[in-house]
Design a protein around this ligand. Structure first.
Ligand code: FPP
Length: 260
């Protein structure tokens, strides 16, 4: 059934079967979306939550293995307390409303980041949703919450240093895999595609190690406007890229579309 759905979507959108395994998204531009409409910023975040809903379903149906969304960075705590409070409320609502939909779509929810920084009620709600969807075998949806790429790398270094101190690890045996395995994303496939909305050209402390060989797609579209057709366009762009991992191949054959 899943394969039938996937194949009919690939056909409908004229996609090749070589999709990214792990897509990461910096969802940016909610505030600007709201401002353009003379609405409060939270209206932009609320509209952004609708984009999440649509794309999670689509990514699952397409058979993408993992989708990591930058939902709240450690830097976001510096926003006005009122906005932080409303964002936390929105997250709670999302979790409450969405578990049914996640289950229906066989989506397993996980998080990365300092979950302990979040309000207790959010931590509890997250735990409930994570437990409820733990058995799902389709898309893994990872919400990066109170996340910082540097903090994750720092933790990895601490873990490795502790293993060295205990005599479990010889410093000379530390490899790139040792570091990859010590990160919070160690169980996920390699991030092969990063999408950033709203046109900003930076990675904002997101998945610093993991993005080493990712293809980047940056679009001027604001996150609340980023829907199925935009995701499909991004995937087509990905499929036009020649991934070389620092090596050499002849053809580029891409129609790279930076800052559409
Ligand atoms: C950036 O927009 C977006 C965020 C702070 C995080 C994304 C949050 C959502 C999509 C809300 C819902 C999330 C969940 C998980 C329910 P911005 O405020 O920085 O936009 P701006 O740069 O235009 O001001």
């Amino acid at each position: 059934m899943q394969t039938f759905k996937k194949n009919s979507l690939l056909k409908r959108y004229r996609l090749k079967s070589s999709l990214p395994k792990h897509v990461a998204i910096i969802m940016d531009g909610n505030g600007r979306w709201a401002k353009k409409r003379h609405l409060p910023r939270i209206a932009g975040h609320r509209a952004g939550a609708h984009s999440i809903r649509e794309l999670v379903r689509l990514a699952g149906e397409l058979g993408i293995e993992a989708l990591t969304l930058y939902a709240f960075s450690t830097e976001n705590w510096k926003r006005p307390p009122h906005e932080v409070r409303l964002l936390m409320q929105l997250l709670k609502q999302y979790l409450r409303n969405e578990v049914k939909e996640l289950l229906e779509n066989n989506v397993r929810l996980q998080t990365i980041g300092r979950r302990q920084d979040l309000p207790l009620e959010i931590q509890k709600e997250l735990e409930k949703s994570i437990q409820a969807t733990a058995h799902c075998t389709g898309l893994t949806l990872v919400l990066a919450l109170s996340y910082s790429g540097r903090a994750d790398l720092t933790n990895a270094v601490k873990k490795i240093a502790a293993d060295v101190k205990k005599g479990k690890l010889n410093p000379a045996s530390v490899t790139e895999k040792t570091i990859t395995d010590a990160l919070s994303t160690s169980h996920l496939p390699e991030v092969d595609f990063l999408i950033r909305t709203s046109g900003e050209m930076r990675i904002s402390n997101f998945l610093l190690w993991e993005l080493a060989y990712s293809e980047f797609f940056i679009t001027k579209t604001l996150w609340p406007d980023f829907k199925t057709k935009d995701f499909i366009l991004a995937l087509k762009d990905f499929q036009g890229r020649q991934r070389r991992f620092g090596g050499v191949t002849n053809i580029i054959g891409s129609f790279t579309s930076w800052a559409r």
